[in-house]
Every structure is written in structure tokens, then in C-alpha cells.
Design a protein around this ligand. Sequence first.
Ligand code: FAD
Length: 413
Amino acid sequence: MRAVVIGAGAVGVACAHYLLEEGFEVTLVDRGEVGRGCSYANAGLICPAHSEALPGPGIVAEGLRALLRRDGPFTIRPRAGVSVVPWLLRFWRHTPEPIYRRSTRALVALSRLSFELFEELVRTGVASFGYRRGPLLTASRAPHWRREAEAVVEEARALGFEARVLGRDELLGLEPALAPDHLGGYALEDQGSGDSYRYVRSVAEHARSRGAEVLERTPVRRVLVRAGRVVGVLAGDPPREIPADLVVLAAGAWSPALARDLGLRLPIQPATGYSVTVPAPEPAPRHPVIVGDSRVVILPLDGRIRFAGTLELAGFRREPDPVRQRAVVRAGLGALRERPELRGAEPWFGFCPLMPDDLPAIGWAPGIAGALVATGHGTLGFTQGPATGKLVAELAAGKPPSLDLSPFRPDRF
Ligand SMILES: Cc1cc2nc3c(=O)[nH]c(=O)nc-3n(C[C@H](O)[C@H](O)[C@H](O)COP(=O)(O)OP(=O)(O)OC[C@H]3O[C@@H](n4cnc5c(N)ncnc54)[C@H](O)[C@@H]3O)c2cc1C
């Protein structure tokens, strides 16, 4: 059986890996370079305990005004266009508490499965990316920090995670790189982190070494369907047919256009996130830290640190918004005791594939044999890549999936 995987990001490479494990001949196709999409310079968290759905009572409490603030953690810009209006209505319908809880349970289950698989991928040498395990800290200067910390810790414990509230001294003891004027925070214990780009490259390289064909700079123009079944893709410049018995759509934020070839409407909005990678200061952060209200992440990498965060609905922008990029840097710098060197900083922005309920689309495209969908992972695609790849391969091989896939049905909208 020949499989074509469209998109070589965190999700696509995992699909390629697990399809090889199931005995498929695999071609992994990307219109650019492996790992250069949204999986390039993200916040690097592998965080089952921080996998809550975005639409929820919290967003409602923040209110519409917060959503329109240009430098806020989650914002909507007019340039998102009219297509964002029906998307927002659906998003809003998913904010009531019971729906939020149901979605969060589904996301946590997917992230948990991934966490186990990451361990295995690292242990067996499939992936190498500076993987670390330890606490994910949140540091706050807000006067009401304790109330918020207690609520999050309680919710995390209810989901079966170890978590604890940290007073100022405990927080600074765990993470001496933080500025001393923090008041407190909390720790979600035993989460993972690493360099997502290195992860994607290593898994793709491993797949190549096992016989997968990896085609870069090869845009897929159409998924070819004949008599109700997938027969391949039309790809490259000039376009040529790549025959396949199975096609996996894992093209991140760019998936909706190709989904139309499968008669499927995927309501994915590209949500822009920003990051800036700089040389590590001394003392360097030891653990990933979420900076209070800004929700910017400080990620320790070897010899560098990365500030990453914010979500913005503004369509596929060509240039970054300097206001938002500055807000990320300001939040990161302000949280640290020592200022890192900014010369040589690497700014980046990427497009998270965001579904209105913040759940990915994983499963068969209905009505067309041989078409699988693996996209729409929003802000959790690095975390959930391995589980998605495993589930896709199980479906492709006709095995019962390791998780209930009904919350992730691609045609649920
Ligand atoms: C600032 C920021 C911080 C984040 N932090 C985290 C985090 O800490 N933890 C976490 O889990 N997630 C995080 N995310 C989210 C995560 O990065 C994404 O969910 C994930 O990268 C999506 O992976 P993907 O493989 O679906 O998409 P991508 O990585 O975007 O890959 C899709 C690929 O498809 C290719 N493609 C598109 N169209 C075509 C076509 N027609 N033909 C061929 N190829 C095509 C693209 O070139 C691209 O390489 C963050 C995102 C951002 C922006």
C-alpha cells in the first residue's frame, strides 16, 4: 500500500513514521522545506496538563474588549476578513462550561497519549531534539495571583496531574533566572519541552533512512479522486501525478483548500503566533515558564532561550505585526532577572491551524475511500503530533484506534 502524506510539519512527520511502522510505502511531500511551517520556532511545550480548550468561560470572562486589544494574548484584527465571523460564532458556541470541559478532556487524552509516545520516540532514537522533562512554571505579578493559581492547580489535579501553588520564595528557588518582583505562581509537574524544528527534522530523517521518499519544494495542487476513492496527488512544478492508495492531509493551516478536493469543509483559521529566539542570559532559565497575564512562554534551549506566544486572528499575514512582536519580547525580558543579549535575535511568526472548537480534525474524510485528515491542532500540534500520527496509522491499517476519535471527526462542522 502506498501512502502520500501532505505536509512535513510536526503532524505530517509523525504520520509518516507510524505509517512506515504499519508497513506502508510512504512519500512525504512539502511545498517548502521540512519543518519550516508552524512547527519551526514555536514555544516547544509538550504539555498534557496545559491542554485546555481555548473557547471556554475564561475567554468569556476576559470579554470582547480584551479580544480587540492589539497587544493582548488573543486578539482579532479586522484584516481577518468576513470569513472569521461564522468561525467566531461557532467558537462562541463552544464557550459554555460543560462544552469546555468535554473538549478539554478530549484534548488532554490526546496529549497524554502523545506524551507516552514522545518517550518512546526519544528512547528508540527516532527523535532527537533536546527533550526535557520537568515542571512547567507560571510566574505572576498580579495581586490576585493566588486565586488564579489555586483554580488552575485544582483543575489540573482533577484531570489527574500533579500540580502545586508556589509562593514567591519557592518560585524563585525553582527558577532563579526570574526577576525577584514576582509574587508567586504554580507548577504543573512533569511536563515535556524541546526544540520542535529539530524534532521534525529528526523524525523526517529517520523516516527517510527507513525508505520513505521525502519531497521538498513540491506543492500539492490537488488530491486526485476517481470513482469515490483517492488515487494520488498532483504535485510539483511542473505538476506530476504521484499515485497512492492512501492520502493523509496534514498541511496545517493550509489544509482547507486541499480538503475541498475531498468534498470537506474544514473551518480552520490561521492564528498567528510570534516568537523571538535570543542567546541565553546568565543565569539562564532552567525550566519553561509562562509569564503571567501575557501568557508568553520562556523556553530554555541549548545556549539560547525563546520568547513565544500570543494568538492573533488576522488571516495569512505577509509581515509580522511589530506591536505584537514587541509585546512578546517585552513580556519575556520583563520576567527575567538578567537581560539577554538582543543582537542576533531571531524573530519568527507562524500560523496555528485553529478550529472553532479548538479540537483537531483526525479521521477519514467521509464518502471518499483512502482519504485521511490530520490537521487543525491549533496551539497544541507539537504536543499532539505523535498521537495523531499513531491514530492515523491505526485507522489506515484497519486497527481499532487507541483513543475514541468521535470528538475529532473531520466533518463535525
Ligand atoms: C508562537 C507559537 C507557539 C506555539 N507553541 C506550541 C507549544 O508550545 N506546544 C505545542 O504543542 N504547539 C505549539 N504551537 C502550535 C504548533 O506549532 C502547531 O500546532 C503545529 O506546528 C502544527 O503542525 P502541523 O504539522 O499541523 O503544521 P505545520 O508545521 O504548519 O506543517 C504543515 C506543512 O504543510 C505544508 N504545506 C502546506 N500546503 C501544502 C501543499 N499544498 N503541498 C505540500 N505541502 C503543503 C507547509 O509547507 C508546512 O510545512 C505554537 C505555535 C506558535 C505559532
